[in-house]
Design a protein around this ligand. Structure first.
Ligand SMILES: CC(C)(COP(=O)(O)OP(=O)(O)OC[C@H]1O[C@@H](n2cnc3c(N)ncnc32)[C@H](O)[C@@H]1OP(=O)(O)O)[C@@H](O)C(=O)NCCC(=O)NCCS
Length: 167
């Protein structure tokens, strides 16, 4: 996985990922295996940003395996993860606008994704100089639970026995 991702990163197409980062986040990834050698030939994962926002991360197909539908299958697997988790929006920061448009994503202003900017972009070496295109796919069959309703107040917490409740 690291070799495929970091080969693409060397070309400036995505950010590098360390083996440590990949182990730490391994459960968010899908991979495609070569049926003969059983080596990983494509990888991509879904990272949760917020209750209503997730992100396709580290999507890369080996250079000799591109154009065979593996990228599409990995994105659709990540979108299905978002659906099963009840996360309505899936985003990507990418240079591959046409590829993501084919998969139902649309270009948005990055500033429309404040949770992503606050959580990740401020730590990114590109940050203010980021030239990646922000794209989003809204899953119409998933209810929007992330946006607080006007006047709804906070979440009611149970009062603990013998106390005044959580502080
Ligand atoms: C972008 C990438 C993941 C696409 O994977 P892939 O397996 O080659 O793509 P697919 O074969 O699944 O293509 C799906 C569709 O997108 C189209 N497509 C794929 N790459 C495209 C490109 N660079 N430009 C235009 N269309 C493209 C295909 O023609 C296909 O269209 P169709 O099935 O609707 O006719 C792959 O090229 C890659 O790993 N690139 C380097 C790393 C990278 O840029 N990752 C994206 C980081 S967000």
């Amino acid at each position: 996985m690291a070799a495929i991702i970091n080969d693409a990163a060397e070309l400036g197409l995505m950010l590098h990922k360390s083996p440590g980062h990949l182990y730490e986040n391994l459960r968010q990834f899908h991979v495609a295996l070569d049926p003969v050698t059983h080596r990983v030939v494509a990888t991509g994962g879904l990272s949760i940003i917020w209750a209503n926002l997730s992100e396709i991360v580290a999507l890369a197909v080996s250079a000799d395996q591109r154009g065979k539908g593996l990228g599409r299958r990995l994105v659709e697997a990540c979108v299905q993860d978002a659906r099963e988790l009840g996360i309505r929006q899936v985003m990507s920061l990418t240079y591959e606008q046409v590829f993501f448009e084919r998969l139902g994503f649309s270009v948005v202003d990055r500033q429309q994704l404040p949770m992503k900017v606050w959580a990740d972009c401020i730590h990114c070496p590109k940050n203010a100089a980021c030239d990646e295109i922000a794209m989003i796919r809204v899953l119409d069959d998933v209810p929007d639970v992330g946006a607080p309703k006007p006047g709804a107040g906070g979440v009611a917490l149970p009062v603990l026995a013998g106390g005044r409740g959580p502080s």
